[in-house]
Design a protein around this ligand. Structure first.
Ligand code: NAP
Length: 234
């Protein structure tokens, strides 16, 4: 398996990278904005050797996406797994109705929705060159219309709802290419974003998400799962 993981410097993206390597992936492209500062990935490099490639990728920058995909095209020309994990979730005070600004909305939707959509579009030649390509959009229960139990958090929740719709649209468009597309809620995970009170470890979240990447079949495409491998309500 050849995989590209976005936002792999820390948190869930780092744990997915570790899990894929432990599961025997042929190569994982662990992408991050600043490889020189990605100390956890650098530690992994020692054990994983050439199976781990740490590459620069800011998902919001077209040139950065092009450079990353050029690397994959030069080194094999196919991609079995694309994990759209990179995401931002500003401080809650900035996400209250009274505090919303055009800048915050634009930044969150750009990173959490527009960028992963463009990355899938631009990676299509690589995904089509795989026999069983899978795309995982790391979403959230906060993007589920069935789970609106509090107000606020507008940019983040709207972005994950849009990511879920994007998953269904991509699944419909790419079924004919044999490309499976999922979205998944990783749980409330103890990362910089989730905070230290969160009950799910990054490794536990990654275990469930990577199960989808290893075993997901085309008939599961367009579905929303959780980290416990169960379907998640929309
Ligand atoms: N933690 C939770 O409880 C939880 C729950 C539901 C969903 N999620 C989702 O899970 C995903 C990962 O979350 P996390 O908890 O691991 O968050 P995190 O600890 O804050 O890590 C976010 C990752 O995204 C990267 N990133 C941010 N903007 C980027 C950009 N423009 N280009 C490339 N990478 C970028 C960060 O890179 P830098 O190191 O360069 O900043 C970092 O690697 C997100 O999509 C999040 O919405 C998390």
């Amino acid at each position: 398996m050849r995989a590209l993981v976005t936002g792999a410097s820390r948190g869930i993206g780092l744990a997915i990278t570790q899990n894929l390597l432990q599961g025997g992936a042929e190569r994982v492209y662990a992408s991050c904005r600043t490889p020189a500062a990605a100390l956890h990935l650098q530690e992994l490099q020692g054990e994983a050797g050439e199976r781990l490639r740490i590459i620069p990728l800011d998902v919001t920058q077209a040139e950065s996406r092009r450079a990353a995909l050029d690397t994959l095209e030069r080194e094999g020309g196919f991609l079995d797994v694309l994990v759209n994990n990179a995401g931002i979730n500003p401080h809650p005070d900035e996400q209250e109705l009274a505090a919303i600004t055009e800048e915050t909305m634009t930044a969150v939707l750009h990173c959490n929705v527009t960028a992963p959509l463009l990355l899938v579009k631009e990676a299509l030649p690589l995904l089509r060159a795989s026999e069983h390509a899978r795309v995982l959009n790391v979403s959230s229960n906060w993007g589920a219309l069935s789970y609106v139990v509090f107000g606020g958090w507008y940019p983040y929740c709207l972005s994950k709802a849009a990511l879920n719709m994007m998953t269904k649209k991509l699944a419909a468009d790419l079924r004919g290419d044999g490309i499976t597309v999922f979205c998944a809620h990783p749980g409330w995970v103890s990362t910089d974003m989730g905070g230290s009170d969160a009950p799910v470890t990054p490794a536990e979240a990654a275990e469930g998400l990577c199960w989808l990447l290893r075993t997901g079949t085309l008939d599961m495409s367009g579905q929303f799962y959780d980290w416990k491998r169960a379907p998640h309500p929309w």
